[in-house]
Design a protein around this ligand. Structure first.
Ligand code: URA
Length: 201
């Protein structure tokens, strides 16, 4: 099966992981993508946020959450007193998966196989950062971290544990941008982030 495992240097710090991930060929997503988008943030962050995969803007710029979803995330974090600069941001899948439509690149959801293939990178990041809390943004991240039976709609905003690791799942900021009632979806997201804040402080 596809796996990043053989590309992950053992015991490497985040900087070395990031360098190694740049040439990952653990699955086929590296072929059409521009670059690997590795996690970013302080190595001693108490909070790690996990998204699905980089989007179009992230693929071009090489940093997570710098496009429209990232702007919404920044706003919600600031509103709940969670400073983005103190957070380690990453994704379950490190390459942008897309379909070309004319000159536009349309996001495609990763398969379970692609998520599983990329998991060694996320595991290595979490082993280095050792956060007090991991927040999964959306179902892809939640299923990657909490298992495939996890249901974000039923368990969002509730403290979970994977072994010793505390985890909370919420919706993905991109889903808020697409929601029929955007204000309501945003309020729900902020409510979950308040749970995150209260767990940490
Ligand atoms: N959506 C994600 O899940 N991750 C990003 O980095 C950007 C958008």
């Amino acid at each position: 099966a596809d796996s990043a495992a053989s590309f992950v240097p053992e015991g490497a710090d985040l900087a070395a992981l990031r360098r190694a991930a740049a040439s990952c060929e653990g699955c086929r997503l590296h072929v059409p993508a521009t670059r690997t988008v590795f996690g970013a943030g302080p190595p001693d962050a108490r909070l790690v946020l996990v998204g699905e995969q980089p989007g179009d803007v992230e693929d071009r710029e090489g940093e997570p959450f710098v496009g429209p979803a990232g702007r919404l995330l920044d706003k919600a974090l600031a509103e709940t007193g969670l400073d983005r600069a103190g957070v380690y941001l990453t994704n379950a899948v490190k390459h942008f998966k897309f379909e070309e439509r004319g000159k536009r690149r349309i996001h495609k959801s990763p398969t379970r196989g692609e998520v599983v293939a990329c998991l060694p990178w996320l595991e290595a990041e979490l082993a280095q950062v050792e956060p007090d809390l991991v927040v999964c943004l959306g179902a892809t991240a939640a299923k990657a971290v909490l298992g495939t039976s996890f249901k974000v709609t039923e368990q969002r905003g509730l403290l979970q544990h994977v072994g010793e690791q505390a985890v909370i799942a919420t919706v993905h900021p991109s889903a808020i941008l697409r929601a029929p009632d955007r204000d309501e979806a945003y309020r729900g997201f902020v409510a979950d982030l308040r749970v995150v804040h209260d767990h940490l402080y």
